[in-house]
Design a protein around this ligand. Structure first.
Ligand SMILES: CC(C)(COP(=O)(O)OP(=O)(O)OC[C@H]1O[C@@H](n2cnc3c(N)ncnc32)[C@H](O)[C@@H]1OP(=O)(O)O)[C@@H](O)C(=O)NCCC(=O)NCCS
Length: 431
């Protein structure tokens, strides 16, 4: 008997089945052979919310949740944050290796020259209310790009894919900044090719009447580091959405719009915005114990705490704390930091949080930095979506190339009524 296998005995029939292990896992399809009788559909695995189901093989990102490890393509997140730029990391995620000097020059040049969005797409923003949430505007305008680049639907062609990847990474900051400027009623600022990725985003966000925008280098680098930390996180809710929509061979603009929609939920990318609202609600350090007591009694969650995968400190939160210090040297200390630090201290000593292995996640401190840099809470999820686009696209590219992947289509366990007859007892309504 193959040692790399499981023996499963069906106690209904007494039949034993040998199921091979594949990299330590079983293939759910192998369960199908386990049947009560020839008419039986066969056993499926039932796993709501994918708590213990791998949907793909991936070489992009490695997470060890128990040890608090995060690596992109094998490189520890700490080293990437310290030694690389976001565009180098985006290249790494998509192509699998860090670029050499020539590849980097070409890549940066390509991204820099695709940052503009068409004027008619820009004008489309005028259709939004003045107080529209920027995430809704971002999602809609990235979807609108699907109509601008109809060739993008040819997802089987690697060259077509490559061009859309460049366009998407280049244009997301422009769309994000335009959404913000719309909410302020300010004119939109065109991209500036002299600036790097983060600086150019800050330029499109903040430039007023000065002839040339000059970004503070500490803040621009801090933003670049935050972009690196948010670039990918393996099969999270929005990435799963990207792969799922992409599996229908939908074009990448529409797939990214879907992924960004998933990101906008408060349990996922909008948690950073919710953290700020929570800190506002707490207001002062002396009110923390009462707030924590309320959470333990089931009144809401401690936003920015807990993670499906990390059951140890989120390594990104550690780097963010360090980045916060650098930012506050320029902007002055955000008073919310003291409330957050005290909240973390109290929570980490509390049996409720210890037992459930609830630690601060990436969103706990990122909002405090963003706010100190001048971003409004509504922009926080948008700031997450910009770099995560690189991760979504890396995972999408991997999915398209994977011969094992097909259109994503889970099964269900039907628990509704058996067949029944329609009996006409109501009077007809003709209208
Ligand atoms: C991230 C998150 C969705 C993960 O959810 P999950 O893996 O499904 O974990 P569960 O909801 O099963 O949580 C396990 C237990 O911890 C509790 N819990 C989880 N996160 C909590 C939080 N932030 N505050 C208080 N309690 C929390 C749950 O109520 C549950 O308790 P129970 O066993 O007594 O019922 C969840 O931790 C959460 O909602 N966090 C706040 C939102 C957030 O910060 N999201 C950003 C993630 S990067």
């Amino acid at each position: 008997m193959n040692k790399e296998s499981l023996t499963i005995t069906d106690n209904r029939t007494g039949v034993a089945y040998e199921v091979p292990l594949f990299k330590g896992n079983i293939r759910a399809r192998d369960l199908k052979q386990i049947r009560r009788d020839p008419e039986d559909f066969g056993v499926m695995s039932y796993d709501p919310a994918f708590l213990n189901t791998a949907s793909c093989q991936s070489k992009v990102t490695f997470i060890d949740g128990d040890q608090g490890i995060l690596r992109y393509r094998g490189y520890p997140i700490e080293q990437l944050a310290e030694r690389c730029t976001f565009l180098e990391v985006a290249y790494l995620l998509i192509f699998g290796e860090l670029p050499d000097s020539e590849q980097l020059r070409e890549w940066v040049n390509a991204i820099t020259h695709h940052t503009m969005i068409p004027e008619y797409t820009k004008k489309g923003l005028e259709g939004f209310r003045h107080d529209a949430h920027p995430m809704g505007m971002l999602i809609s305008t990235v979807a609108a790009l699907s109509t601008v680049y109809p060739e993008a639907k040819n997802v089987i062609d690697p060259e077509v894919r490559r061009l859309q990847i460049i366009r998407l990474i280049a244009k997301m900051p422009t769309l994000a900044a335009y959404a913000y400027r719309h909410s302020l009623g300010y004119p939109y600022i065109y991209p500036d090719n002299d600036l790097n990725y983060a600086e150019n985003f800050l330029n499109m966000m903040w430039k007023m009447v000065e002839p040339k925008y000059v970004a503070n280098p500490v803040l621009a680098r801090a933003l670049d580091i935050l972009f690196i930390l948010h670039a990918d996180h393996e099969q999270n809710c929005s990435t799963n959405t990207m792969r799922c929509i992409g599996s229908a061979q939908t074009d990448p603009y529409l797939s990214v719009a879907g992924a960004a929609s998933a990101l906008s939920g408060p349990l996922h990318g909008r948690a950073n915005e919710e953290v700020l609202h929570m800190l506002d609600e707490i207001g002062s350090k002396d009110r923390i114990p009462a707030f924590v007591k309320g959470v333990k009694e089931g009144h809401g969650k401690l936003m920015g705490f807990g993670h499906r995968v990390y059951k140890n400190y989120d390594p990104r939160a550690r780097i963010i704390k360090w980045t916060a210090e650098k930012v506050f040297e320029v902007t002055g200390r955000n008073p919310k930091l003291d409330i957050a630090l005290e909240l973390e201290r109290i929570a980490l000593e509390d049996e409720y949080f210890i037992q459930r292995k609830l630690y601060p996640n990436v969103d706990f401190y990122s909002g405090i930095i963003y706010q100190a840099m001048g971003f409004k809470p509504e922009m926080f999820t948008v700031l997450f979506a910009i770099p995560r686009t690189a991760g979504w696209l890396a995972q999408w590219e991997e999915m398209i190339r994977d011969p094992e992947q097909k259109i994503a289509r889970p099964r269900q366990v039907y628990v509704g009524n058996g067949v029944r007859e329609v009996v006409q007892t109501r009077e007809k309504v003709t209208r």
